[in-house]
Write a protein of this length. Structure first.
Length: 484
C-alpha cells in the first residue's frame, strides 16, 4: 500500500518496548547468517557473503530519522573469527552496521529451535524469519512445526510482535505449508505476514551454488522483506482516554479501565499507562483495561492513560488519578478437634471479628510488620500470640483447647486439693506452667527449671481454676478448686 508509512510502522514498534530503539531480530540458517569461510568462498572467487541482513539494514538506515537496534545472541559471520567486520558504513548516514542476529550456518529448523531456546535473550518488536532451506532430510510437517515453535517463543517474550515469515527462496511445496501457517498464526495483536521470496528468485543469477545468495541475491531478499514492511495499514484519529477508574487491587497491583480513545486500535495505535509519570506497559496496549504489577503494599500511586498514534507521533493523555494498593489479607482458621469453631472472638491489631460457620475470620488491608492477636471462646483457653513481620497474605490455623479437658496422666501432681494460699505442682522440670480462670483467661505463666514448683495464689478469689503444663511433646491440664 502506501510506501510512506514504513516509518510509522517502526515508530509503532518502538512504542512496544518503551525504549528509544526498535528491536529487530533476524532468524534463520545459512541464508541469513552469511559467511567468511575462505574455503567455501574461494570456490566461487568471492571475498565474503555479508547476508541479506546488511543491505536490509542499509534500507532501514536510509530512513534517517529512524533509531533501531538489530538484536540477537550472534554477532559475526560464519567463520569470521577475530577478523574485522567486512561491512561498509551506511552510504546514507555513515552509521556502522549492527550485526546482531539469530542465524546459524547450515542449521536445520530443529537446530535453530534448540539454539533459540538456549541462547535467545532479547525481546524483539519485529522478526524476520527465513527457515526451511536446510531441512533436506526433514519432512515438511516437521519444518512447519519448528517454525510454529519459533513463533511461540517470540510471542512468549512479546505478545504483540510483528513477524515476517519468508516463503523460502528454494521454493517447493514447503512454501504452501509456510503460507498456511502464517494464515493460521496471524492475529490482530501479533500479525504474521508471509513474504514470497520464491517468486522472482533466479538461482542462476542470484546465488553461488544454487542455494546461498550472492550479493545480488542478498539485495533481492533485503528488498522483499523491506517492501513487506511497507504494506502495513494505517490507523484512525485519536482522542484522550476518559473515565479512568480503579477496578481491582491487591497488595502489589492495581487494575484499571478507561473509556476508549480510539474507534479501533490497530498496529499503529493503542494506549500507554503511566504510574508517577513512568511508563509501565512493556507493549502497546490494545484493550481498555490493564493491571499494573510490582507495586508496594498499602501505597498510593498517580496513574494516567494516554492514547498513542505512532504514525503522527501523537500521544494524548487522560487526567491523573490517585489509586491505592491494598494491604495484605490475614485469615484465621479456628478449630477444635479439627472442626471449625463458629463465634470465636479474634482480636487482631485491636480489631475484633467473630469466626463464621467455617471457622474463618478475615482481616484485609493489613500493613507489614509485627502483629499481635488473641482468640477467645467461652469454654476454651484464651490463645495469645505475636507474629513477627508480616510480608505477604497469611493464614493462621488456631487450635483451641477446652477448659473441661481432664487428662488422667500421672506425669504431674497438683496439691493440696482444694487449695487456699499456695499450690504445689510436681513433675514440672523443663515445662511451661500456666494458670487459667474457668473462662480461659491466662493469669500466670512461668518456665519451670525445678521438678517441683510452688505457686502463690492467696491473692486469687475462690473458684475453679485450671493448671496447664506444656512441654515439647504435649500438654497436661488439671482442674483445681480454690477456697478461703
Amino acid at each position: 500500500m502506501r510506501n510512506k508509512i514504513v516509518l510509522a510502522v517502526l515508530m509503532f514498534l518502538y512504542a512496544f518496548t518503551g525504549t528509544s530503539q526498535v528491536k529487530i531480530i533476524c532468524i534463520g540458517n545459512s541464508v541469513t547468517h552469511g559467511t567468511a569461510d575462505t574455503a567455501y568462498l574461494n570456490r566461487f572467487s568471492y571475498p565474503v557473503l555479508k547476508s541479506w541482513r546488511y543491505p536490509f539494514w542499509v534500507l532501514l538506515d536510509s530512513l534517517n530519522t529512524l533509531s533501531f537496534d538489530m538484536v540477537g545472541s550472534q554477532k559475526k559471520l560464519y567463520k569470521q573469527g577475530d577478523s574485522a567486520a567486512p561491512y561498509p558504513k551506511s552510504p546514507y548516514t555513515g552509521h556502522v552496521f549492527d550485526s546482531a542476529h539469530e542465524a546459524r550456518w547450515g542449521a536445520s529448523s530443529d537446530s535453530v529451535v534448540k539454539a533459540l531456546k538456549k541462547e535467545m535473550k532479547d525481546t524483539a518488536d519485529i522478526a524476520f524469519i527465513h527457515i526451511g532451506g536446510s531441512d533436506n532430510d526433514t519432512v515438511d510437517e516437521t519444518t512447519v512445526s519448528n517454525i510454529d515453535t519459533i513463533i511461540t517463543l517470540l510471542r512468549n517474550k512479546n505478545p504483540y510482535i510483528t513477524i515476517f515469515l519468508a516463503q523460502v527462496i528454494a521454493g517447493g511445496a514447503i512454501n504452501d505449508s509456510i503460507l498456511n501457517l502464517a494464515t493460521q498464526r496471524n492475529t490482530l495483536a501479533s500479525p504474521v505476514k508471509a513474504v514470497d521470496l520464491a517468486s522472482g528468485w533466479d538461482k542462476g543469477t542470484m546465488s553461488l551454488d544454487s542455494v546461498i545468495p550472492d550479493s545480488t541475491g542478498e539485495k533481492y531478499i533485503a528488498r522483499r522483506f523491506f517492501n513487506a514492511l511497507m504494506t502495513c495499514d494505517v490507523a484512525t484519529t485519536t482522542i484522550a482516554p476518559a473515565n479512568v477508574k480503579q477496578t481491582g487491587k491487591t497488595s502489589s497491583s492495581i487494575s484499571i479501565s478507561w473509556k476508549k480513545g480510539l474507534n479501533s486500535p490497530d498496529v499503529f495505535s493503542g494506549y500507554n499507562v503511566y504510574v508517577n509519570n513512568v511508563r509501565m506497559n512493556a507493549f502497546l496496549i490494545k484493550d481498555t483495561f490493564f493491571t499494573i504489577q510490582g507495586l508496594k503494599v498499602l501505597s498510593s500511586y498517580n496513574i494516567r492513560v494516554t492514547t498513542v498514534d505512532y504514525r503522527t507521533k501523537t500521544e494524548k493523555t487522560s487526567s491523573t488519578q490517585a489509586f491505592l494498593t491494598s494491604g495484605y489479607t490475614v485469615r484465621f482458621k479456628v478449630l477444635y478437634n479439627e472442626k471449625p469453631v463458629e463465634g470465636a472472638k479474634v482480636t487482631f491489631n485491636s480489631i475484633n471479628q467473630y469466626t463464621d460457620t467455617a471457622g474463618n475470620a478475615v482481616f484485609n488491608d493489613v500493613a507489614a510488620g509485627p502483629k499481635t492477636y488473641n482468640v477467645q471462646k467461652t469454654g476454651f483457653f484464651e490463645i495469645k500470640s505475636t507474629y513477627q513481620n508480616i510480608q505477604s497474605d497469611t493464614l493462621f490455623v488456631v487450635q483451641l483447647k477446652s477448659i473441661d479437658l481432664n487428662d488422667e496422666s500421672d506425669e504431674i501432681a497438683v496439691y493440696p486439693v482444694p487449695a487456699s494460699s499456695f499450690l504445689v505442682v510436681s513433675g514440672t522440670r523443663g515445662s511451661i506452667l500456666e494458670l487459667y480462670t474457668s473462662t480461659g483467661e491466662l493469669l500466670m505463666k512461668m518456665h519451670c527449671t525445678d521438678e517441683t514448683t510452688v505457686l502463690e495464689i492467696s491473692h486469687l478469689p475462690e473458684g475453679i481454676y485450671f493448671i496447664k503444663s506444656r512441654t515439647g511433646t504435649g500438654e497436661i491440664v488439671r482442674k483445681i478448686i480454690l477456697t478461703k
